[in-house]
Design a protein around this ligand. Structure first.
Ligand SMILES: [Fe+2]
Ligand SMILES: [Fe+2]
Length: 465
């Protein structure tokens, strides 16, 4: 572990001069990008942040006040297991790849670039949020997520620069050139081009879209390309906090809304009505489902066969890691109606991963509904059907109601305002977003957290403004 270098790392950077030169050349461009596209207006403030300093499960992080541009973005991989083997696919049991196999070079580069692109994209999407934070605690959490997404970008750039030569260096540069929502040079995946300009969107994003990240990283953490697997395994330790921010953030919004519902009209009382929360869930859940890719996918079959991308907890929860003669049944649209179709399981692995994700999201909904019940309300929140409002895969180009029934385009248009946030809903939410920056104070539309960060109370001055 070398923490004293310009780039803290556990990959022996000082002994790999070529990589060190590439990364040190990339570093100033990264810092320029951070200044341009990172949190606007807070770069010189001291923030109580967690920094990864080790890969040991206990004590991997250090908490202290840091100015964000001085954050120690490092490169940390989970230590190599001796004799690692490819855990699934056609080469099951062969030694894991320590270098990029020539025949999978393009596929692997594409996987890494697509994952890498999401990391800076989310920082860009969240750039203006600090100005309307509901509390210092939330402001700190936003910045924690932002600096760690920055570190995730470093993790992917390390792989590109170390293992993909010239192309990898070009891809690393391009990761700093695309911009979220910019029509001329957009980010690769659509959910990462959607604006995330108020805190309800932010909590939905960290709940639903970061959670897609968890499942993608988990599938790649199984990879037979060992450097990728070890990189993703460590990223997952940070990712847990991002989803915590979203899950508990929404729970706190739901709690406050429930309290206000008992007092009178939520709008008049300055809260976020439950139907607007539901519409935001519908919006971000459906966009996040698209991130898993098509239901029937030859890529998913190729990646699995090659041992590049496995299933969620491939080693822990499955016996059969080859999947040659198995099938998977799913609903598809044929002749204007929904019908069952059987496809080879290897071609359905995006859908298998998506199913794991949906079950995980349902647990979040159960927690929020428990909050509603505890407040004595009978209203409940729910997840829309997975076919609703999709732009990628089998259901794209068709229209479904919130329960997943196939409907006509005109019917969808008529009911759209009941299901998805309208301009008016978005403007209303935005009208509530005023900064609250006094230690211990909280905005009216959200409940305070149950506990603070790292044993500190909620009243702690997490950001020194
Ligand atoms: Fe990330
Ligand atoms: Fe994340």
């Amino acid at each position: 572990m070398n923490l004293n270098e310009r780039i803290p790392n556990n990959v022996n950077l000082s002994e790999d001069k070529k990589l060190q030169r590439a990364l040190e050349k990339w570093l100033p461009n990264y810092l320029d990008w951070w200044q341009q596209m990172g949190p606007d207006g807070f770069q010189q403030k001291d923030v109580y942040l967690r920094t990864a300093i080790s890969v040991e499960p206990d004590g991997w992080a250090n908490f202290d006040f840091v100015k964000m541009p001085e954050y120690r973005w490092g490169i940390f991989l989970k230590p190599a297991a001796p004799d690692a083997k490819i855990g699934f696919g056609d080469n099951l049991g062969q030694p894991a790849y320590q270098e990029v196999p020539g025949e999978f070079r393009n596929a692997l580069r594409r996987i890494i670039v697509t994952q890498g692109d999401t990391e800076p994209a989310s920082v860009e999407q969240q750039r203006e949020l600090g100005k309307t934070c509901p509390s210092l605690y939330d402001l700190r959490n936003l910045f924690q997520v932002n600096v760690e997404e920055g570190r995730h970008l470093w993790a992917m750039v390390y792989l590109l620069q170390k293992y993909f030569g010239r192309d990898g260096r070009d891809e690393a540069d391009a990761l700093l050139e695309r911009r979220s929502g910019n029509p001329d040079k957009p980010r690769i995946l659509e959910a990462f081009n959607q604006p995330c300009d108020d805190w309800l969107n932010f909590f939905c994003f960290t709940m639903f879209t970061d959670r897609d990240g968890k499942y993608q990283l988990s599938a790649l953490a199984e990879s037979g390309f060992e450097p990728l697997a070890r990189t993703c395994q460590f990223m997952l330790t940070e990712e847990a906090h991002h989803m915590f921010v979203g899950d508990t953030g929404l729970n706190r919004v739901v709690k406050r809304t429930a309290q206000l519902m008992k007092q009178g009209d939520v709008r008049e009382l300055g809260g976020i009505p439950l139907d607007i929360i539901q519409k935001h869930i519908n919006f971000w859940f459906s966009y996040s489902l698209d991130l898993f890719g098509g239901e029937i996918s030859s890529n998913s079959a190729d990646f699995f066969a090659a041992g590049l991308k496995g299933r969620y907890k491939e080693q822990d929860q499955y016996e059969d890691h080859v999947l040659v003669d198995q099938n998977f049944t799913m609903k598809v649209v044929a002749d204007g109606k929904l019908s069952d179709r059987e496809v080879p399981l290897r071609n359905a692995l995006n859908e298998v991963l998506r199913g794991e994700y949906v079950r995980d999201c349902e647990k979040g909904l159960a927690r929020w509904n428990k909050t509603l019940a505890e407040e004595g309300l009978s209203e409940r929140l729910f997840l829309p059907n997975s076919r609703f409002h999709r732009h990628v895969g089998e259901y794209a180009g068709h229209y479904f109601d919130i329960e997943g029934n196939l409907i006509a385009a005109e019917q969808f248009e008529q009911r759209k305002a009941d299901w998805l946030p309208t301009m008016e809903d978005r403007e209303y939410v935005r009208s509530l977003m005023h900064p609250v920056v006094e230690p211990g104070k909280i905005a009216n539309w959200i409940a305070p957290p149950a506990t603070g960060i790292k044993g500190k109370p909620f009243e702690f001055e997490y950001v020194r403004l």
